[in-house]
Design a protein around this ligand. Structure first.
Ligand code: ZN
Ligand code: ZN
Length: 322
């Protein structure tokens, strides 16, 4: 499924098989998660994708032929950070997520909305057995970047999650496993999302623009809505942190300094490192994290994107690739 220009639906297309370069392997795709980032790319909010583009950066598949690190038949995952340069100041200081010259899967390089994809071996993840393809796919971005965001929340006991979608439904389970208390914030009228959050262990779920029953020690904002930033700061206690975990957000309205005063901090989380991914896959198996999946056939990728845009999903949309 190919994006030819932003703002247009993806189109089915017959492409040449991708050719792996040195250090890469060819992967037969089994499933690919649909991420809000894919929506920002398709809608033109992220402005520099390669075009035409095969989107998708939560790719689960099997290696087609023996490579250096993997053998034919190995099941691997391909995530958003397709490759980092290894030379820049960020790569040299364990911050490859901030690499100056990265290759992002499904943005700079064709991704997993297809039967075949290439992966740079050093940046792919071996996947544990026992986790089905569909359920593994959302771990590769929603889970891994959600995990990085949760780490940035420090040891916060009272954790707010703003936007209860693919990432929050995984983070909520990890946070509960760690003994944290979870407060879920959704659109005021979204009773179904609030029920879903309570099922996964949130002790409270309610309107994101209303105050929570008690103050938070940290908040993670997954929804791409700038107005949630002052709301989350107001809901957060002195010394607390508000983490913006999305790649794109509408403008943040101005707010009085008082909302930040008291040593509150506000930060973003960008991309992921390989270490984030490895840590999260191990943690997800221990919890164990259960992915709630809405399955779509590959050729219905546009319907999956529309459902994500409209907020009709519970958990993660995943494309199954025959
Ligand atoms: Zn770099
Ligand atoms: Zn993503």
């Amino acid at each position: 499924m190919v994006l030819r220009a932003p703002g247009r639906p993806l189109e089915p297309a017959d492409l040449d098989d991708p050719a792996p370069a040195a250090g890469q392997v060819l992967v037969r795709v089994a499933a690919c998660g649909v991420c809000r980032t894919d929506l920002h790319i398709a809608d033109g909010e992220l402005t520099e994708p390669k075009l035409p583009l095969v989107p998708g950066h939560q790719v689960v598949g099997t290696v087609v032929a023996d490579g250096g690190r993997f053998a034919a038949g190995d099941r691997i995952g391909i995530a958003w950070l397709g490759e980092a340069c290894g030379r820049c100041r960020y790569c040299r200081s364990e911050r490859e997520n901030l690499c100056d010259d990265p290759v992002f899967t499904g943005y700079d390089r064709d991704g997993g909305y297809a039967q075949l994809a290439v992966a740079t071996e050093a940046f792919a993840f071996p996947l544990p057995d026992g986790l089905g393809d569909l359920r593994a796919a959302p771990l590769l971005c929603a889970g891994m970047i959600g995990h990085r965001a949760l780490r940035m929340a420090g040891d916060a006991e009272r954790l707010g999650l703003y936007g209860f979608g693919a990432a929050a439904h995984l983070v909520c389970q990890v946070a509960r496993h760690q003994g944290r208390r979870v407060f879920a914030f959704t659109r005021g009228d979204d009773a179904e999302a609030q029920r879903f959050a309570r099922e996964l262990g949130a002790e409270w779920a309610g309107d994101s623009l209303a105050p929570p029953p008690e103050q938070l020690d940290a908040a993670i904002i997954f929804a791409p809505v700038g107005a949630l930033v002052p709301a989350a700061l107001r809901a957060t206690a002195k010394g607390g942190v508000v983490v913006c975990a999305g790649i794109h957000m509408s403008d943040i309205p101005s707010f009085p300094y008082e909302a930040l005063w008291g040593e509150r901090s506000l930060r973003s989380v960008a991309n992921l490192t390989r270490r984030d991914g490895e840590e999260f896959l191990a943690l997800a198996a221990r919890v164990p994290v259960r992915t709630s999946v809405a399955e779509y056939p590959l050729e219905e990728a546009n319907r999956a994107l529309d459902d994500l845009r409209a907020g009709r999903l519970r958990g993660s949309a995943v494309l199954s690739v025959a």
